[in-house]
Design a protein around this ligand. Structure first.
Ligand code: SF4
Length: 688
């Protein structure tokens, strides 16, 4: 068929949080094509998208899609069921635990792939219908330490910049971000700016592709990021290269910070991190010379047992150099899932916050939500996602409702996660497919994808954009919001939403940050950046132009010390394993493994091994290698490459048959954000 004969929707990408926009075409049964939206209507991506945005739609059309609910029969096998039977089973299963043990024995894992409106309802469902504050999402596994660190220093836990600032900066510091593969369109914009003369500093344990463009690439020992960042900040302060007027007028705690940094001399930093002291000095001078610097990072900085400290160190550096609240300058944590900024945080499916980061322990705030939702809400914080699995071990948590999250592969220490899922008294999973997690469920509810529903996503620079239905839900699948509504009503409530626009109006009324973010405005203005306080507010391109979102309007600097990873290499486990993503795959593969074209490029996980190490062990590219930690082992093909240093190995996270999280550690969590230490595990290797 010709494109003009097909249904078309101008929508937002359902993969990563760059938030690219394009037109999707469908004949009503399948997605047939994606074409970039006109450049002026696509503020984030212009006319470019990456391979996933262009071609990654086979998963929507897949025959594996769940098209009807599944329930366990008397033999423990799945059988198909009507919606009515399945919802009854869920209401009964969750209701029985609530009656016997209280709502706190239940938890909800919400989905950062779902829309803002749906995530708002997931939080509301947990608190109002189930009576639990244990509702969380995948942000706990990635950027929750970013949110904790930035919120403490500046007041908001989000990127301060707009995406275009990546092209306005004179200097960009990137760390723990394989930008080319994880955020391809942002990488394109950064590279363009470098071609135009900007400096690029890359600090990373792997010499990733974007390092080819760097003015300076420094290899760091995984797990010591706060140390090299502190080293740079110390050098800048000690040599009077900091922004004195910004520090004097817009920050507090500078003297204490300066004192706390004294031990971070370039030589001491070199000893701890492996970064030559000259490189600390040259990076500091490059940043200080720049008028406008953006500090960008991803999970290499945050997925640590001290991830919040790493972020606090970065927040100090940006503030003492005055790089906040002006064009081409600021902090930019690149978010992962398409809607983890909005759905995973802003909409409040969180154990400690209502929508808009309103603290549940605040009596006035809680009263507002109790009144609106007509229920009592405990002021006690619930369990974070990572803590839910530990709480279930103790018997404190007995039932889970997991929406669009593949915890059986994505949790740290998945051998442990599998045991927990197996032992739960009741598990309901809502997804597009029978995922590895759904295999443990009592009931599986078929959800539909972002091309089969309408709502909003919020991208990595706080822009709320429309997602539009281009085809009817496949089979008997339903949008998450409709499933939640049906279930809430089964469990005694009276939800009566006609559309996600109506849900968003409820969000507007309860969430000052989103006060003016209506569907009508998002649609007509092509996107709105929060904070957007009311109907007349234009949205906020850059945070902190005038003041920080703290009690006194100042950035609160605070020193952080030498923190070590929870597990360091030793004689038994002599290498540090780091993990990450590759361009052609996405997370646990539920979507990309169903893309024939994409699968040709990366058909399995692998382990990157430095040539020196490989020679020592007699390993060549393609050989099968057993990688083992104290918690488990996997066998994967080797890629011998000097992309990694001789002390480290790297493996991606995408395949169940080599689930790399069998090796990671579920117990050592960041004390403030409960983020696991995915980026540092001590391992040994051997030819398989
Ligand atoms: Fe989608 Fe991210 Fe690729 Fe853009 S860069 S097309 S948002 S996956």
């Amino acid at each position: 068929k010709r494109l003009e004969e097909l249904n078309v929707a101008d929508t937002t990408c359902g993969y990563c949080a760059v938030g690219c926009r394009f037109d999707l075409y469908s004949d009503g049964e399948e997605v047939l094509a994606a074409r970039p939206t006109a450049e002026e209507d696509a503020p984030v991506n212009g006319i470019s998208t990456c391979v996933k945005g262009k071609f990654g739609y086979d998963f929507v059309n897949s025959d594996d899609r769940l098209t009807t609910p599944l329930v366990r029969d008397e033999n423990g096998e799945f059988r198909t069921a009507s919606w009515s039977e399945a919802l009854d089973r869920v209401a009964e299963g969750l209701g029985a635990i609530k009656d016997d043990h209280g709502g706190e024995a239940l938890s909800v894992i919400a989905s950062s792939k779902a829309t803002n409106e749906e995530n708002y309802l997931m939080g509301k469902f947990a608190r109002q219908v189930l009576g639990t504050n244990s509702v969380d999402n995948c942000n706990r596994l990635c950027h929750s330490s970013t949110v904790a660190g930035l919120a403490q220093t500046y007041g908001y836990g989000a990127a301060s910049i707009s995406t275009e600032d990546l092209e306005l900066a004179d200097c960009i510091l990137l760390t723990g971000s394989n930008t080319t593969e994880a955020h391809p369109v942002l990488a394109t914009r950064i590279k363009q700016n470098v071609r135009d003369g900007a400096d690029l500093l890359v600090f990373d344990p792997r010499e990733i592709q974007i390092a080819e463009y760097a003015t300076q690439y420094s290899r760091v020992q995984p797990g010591y990021d706060a140390v090299w960042i502190n080293g740079i900040t110390r050098y800048i302060i000690d040599n009077d290269l900091y922004d004195e007027s910004f520090v004097a007028e817009r920050t507090s705690g500078f003297e204490d910070l300066a004192e706390s940094l004294q031990e971070f001399t370039p030589e001491r930093v070199e000893e701890v991190t492996g970064v030559p002291h000259e490189e600390i000095v040259s990076a500091a001078e490059t940043i200080a010379d720049a008028d406008r610097c953006v500090f960008g990072w991803t999970l290499g900085l945050t997925e640590h047992s001290h991830g919040t400290e790493n972020v606090l160190a970065m927040a100090n550096l940006a503030a003492v150099t005055g790089n906040l609240g002006k064009p081409g300058a600021g902090v930019s944590p690149f978010r992962g899932q398409n809607n983890v900024q909005g759905g995973g945080g802003d909409m409040g499916p969180l154990p400690d916050n209502f929508p808009g980061y309103q603290d549940i322990a605040d009596d006035e705030v809680r009263a507002k939500f109790e009144d609106a939702w007509d229920c009592e809400i405990s002021p006690d914080y619930g369990h974070y996602t990572t803590q839910m699995f530990l709480a279930a071990d103790r018997g404190d948590l007995r039932g889970m409702y997991i929406i669009g999250e593949n915890s059986a592969l994505s949790e740290p220490g998945v051998n442990h996660a599998e045991e927990v899922l197996e032992e739960l008294e009741f598990l309901v999973v809502q997804d597009l497919f029978v995922t590895e997690t759904a295999e443990y469920a009592d009931v599986v509810l078929p959800a539909c994808s972002f091309v089969e529903k309408t709502g909003t996503f919020t991208n990595t620079d706080r822009t709320v954009q429309m997602v539009k239905e281009v085809m009817e839900p496949k089979g008997d699948s339903r949008p998450d919001w409709e499933i939640l509504q049906a279930l809430a009503n089964r469990m005694g409530w009276d939800w009566d939403y006609d559309s996600t626009a109506e849900i968003m109006r409820e969000v507007n009324s309860l969430t000052p940050l989103y006060g003016g973010v209506t569907h009508e405005r998002v649609e007509s203005e092509g996107g709105l950046q929060w904070p957007c306080w009311d109907e007349d507010h234009p949205g906020t391109e850059r945070l902190y132009e005038e003041e920080f979102n703290t009690d006194d309007g100042l950035a609160h600097l605070q020193g952080v010390g030498f923190s070590e990873p929870a597990e360091t290499p030793d004689d038994e486990f002599p290498f540090t394993l780091t993990t990450g993503r590759v361009l052609y795959q996405y997370h646990t593969g539920t979507m990309t493994h169903r893309e024939e074209g994409i699968m040709q490029y990366t058909p399995s996980d692998f382990v990157e091994i430095n040539p020196r190490t490989a020679a020592e062990y007699g390993i060549e590219t393609g050989d099968m290698v057993r990688v083992e930690s104290r918690r488990g082992s996997v066998t994967v093909p080797a890629q011998v490459t000097d992309r990694v240093g001789p002390e480290s190995v790297f493996a991606p996270i995408h395949f169940a048959e080599s689930a790399i999280n069998r090796l990671t550690d579920e117990e050592h969590l960041d004390p403030q954000a409960a983020t696991p230490e995915f980026k540092v595990s001590a391992v040994r290797i051997a030819p398989a």
